[in-house]
Design a protein around this ligand. Structure first.
Ligand SMILES: NC(=O)c1ccc[n+]([C@@H]2O[C@H](COP(=O)([O-])OP(=O)(O)OC[C@H]3O[C@@H](n4cnc5c(N)ncnc54)[C@H](OP(=O)(O)O)[C@@H]3O)[C@@H](O)[C@H]2O)c1
Length: 339
């Protein structure tokens, strides 16, 4: 069993903890919190030992009835690998801790590529992650872009990608962030950082991205144009999307045409936390004009990177060397069923 620690049990960390627990070949040996919050109480319910970054806060945890197993350093001693789920920028400051403990570490997309020196997407570069000490799982938007671009590149060849990211303002539980009533260009300059971030995984892709933030919490929406090398039909493209195990086609018969309806649908499917782990490509939007492919895809920011973290763990531990085998194991353990 691979022993996994979660340093930073928040939006991403708590999901990765549950995804790891669902796998047959790995287990959670501990999660870390800085304060005795609602999430800490859930960690207790799930049976995850809780470690804390600042032992000076031990009394506050005791007052809340939350047992503390030790410090983050103690947790790292028991782990083969740590998933850093701390807020963007904080993760980088933990690197010295991981180096000292001699533990493998995975950072999230809020950190720069340079923190790990390797950016990961399971379908794109799993094999290059085998045996590595440090890996960064790219952000939710970059993960969604990499999956579909890699699939189109393998099938038909990609000349160039142009994409607009309409991004959620905050995650649903975040009460202190906006916008409440504005469309914010983020950034106002073009390109946004998403294209260069895709290039950390797929360096040969010609991609330009633009991004804005809107007052919603459910999901991001991408409007994507991909110029393909080959003249292909819409059906050819749909066949590739349909056969991909981390792309879900939102079927026209559902009449879903919004992130809100899609989120509700996924919740009704019984997915934990109504998580959409795959790209939600709206089938009705898929269209070919000459060699240009157009479509909309919804990306659930809290969910799509979770399963990528699980595959990154397997690759780095060198237990499973075939990407498709790991991806299948992860998906099956999550009881992933098609949209
Ligand atoms: N949310 C998304 O949509 C999303 C999507 C993809 C990638 N990411 C990336 O994933 C990373 C985590 O983001 P998130 O949204 O999960 O953040 P989050 O919800 O704010 O969770 C971060 C957690 O880290 C804990 N923490 C804070 N400082 C810590 C420290 N020094 N040591 C240990 N734990 C600490 C906090 O716990 P306490 O409450 O105990 O302080 C908090 O629960 C970031 O790099 C982010 O960019 C986020």
């Amino acid at each position: 069993m691979i022993k996994v620690a979660i340093n930073g049990y928040g939006t991403i960390g708590k999901r990765v903890a549950d995804a790891v627990s669902a796998q047959k070949d790995m287990e959670i040996i501990g999660v870390s919190k800085t304060k005795p919050s609602a999430e800490a109480l859930i960690a207790v319910q799930r049976g995850y030992p809780i470690y804390i970054a600042d032992m000076g806060k031990k009394d506050a945890f005791a007052k809340a009835g939350i047992p503390v197993a030790g410090s983050v350093e103690d947790m790292l001693k028991k782990a083969d690998i740590v998933v850093d789920g701390t807020p963007g920028g904080v993760g980088e400051s933990n690197k010295a801790l991981y180096e000292k403990a001699g533990v493998k570490a995975i950072w999230q997309g809020g950190e720069d590529h340079e923190v790990a020196g390797f950016s990961f997407n399971a379908h794109a570069n799993y094999k290059d992650a085998i045996g590595r000490q440090f890996v960064r799982v790219v952000s939710c938007n970059t993960t969604g872009l990499c999956r579909v671009i890699k699939a189109m590149d393998d099938a038909f060849g990609v000349v160039k990608v142009r994409a607009v990211m309409v991004r959620r303002g905050a995650d649903p539980h975040v009460v202190k962030k906006g916008p409440i009533d504005a469309v914010v260009l983020d950034p106002p300059t073009i390109p946004s950082h998403h294209g260069p971030d895709v290039n950390t995984v797929l360096p040969h892709i010609d991609i330009v991205t633009m991004a804005m933030i809107v007052p919603t919490t459910q999901m991001h929406m991408h409007a994507i144009t991909i110029e393909l090398k080959k003249e292909v039909s819409r059906d050819d493209v749909l066949a590739v999307m349909r056969s991909h195990n981390r792309i879900g086609l939102v079927q026209p018969k559902t009449a879903i045409k919004s992130t809100a309806e899609l989120k509700e649908y996924v919740m009704d499917m019984g997915r934990p936390r109504s998580d959409l782990w795959e790209n939600g490509i709206f089938e009705a939007s898929v269209n070919m004009v000459g060699r240009e492919l157009f479509f909309f895809q919804a990306i659930h920011q809290e969910a799509d990177v979770v399963i990528e973290n699980v595959d990154a763990i397997r690759a780095m531990m060198g237990i499973v060397t075939d990407p498709e085998t790991s991806i299948r194991m992860t998906n099956e353990a999550m009881q992933f069923t098609a949209l």
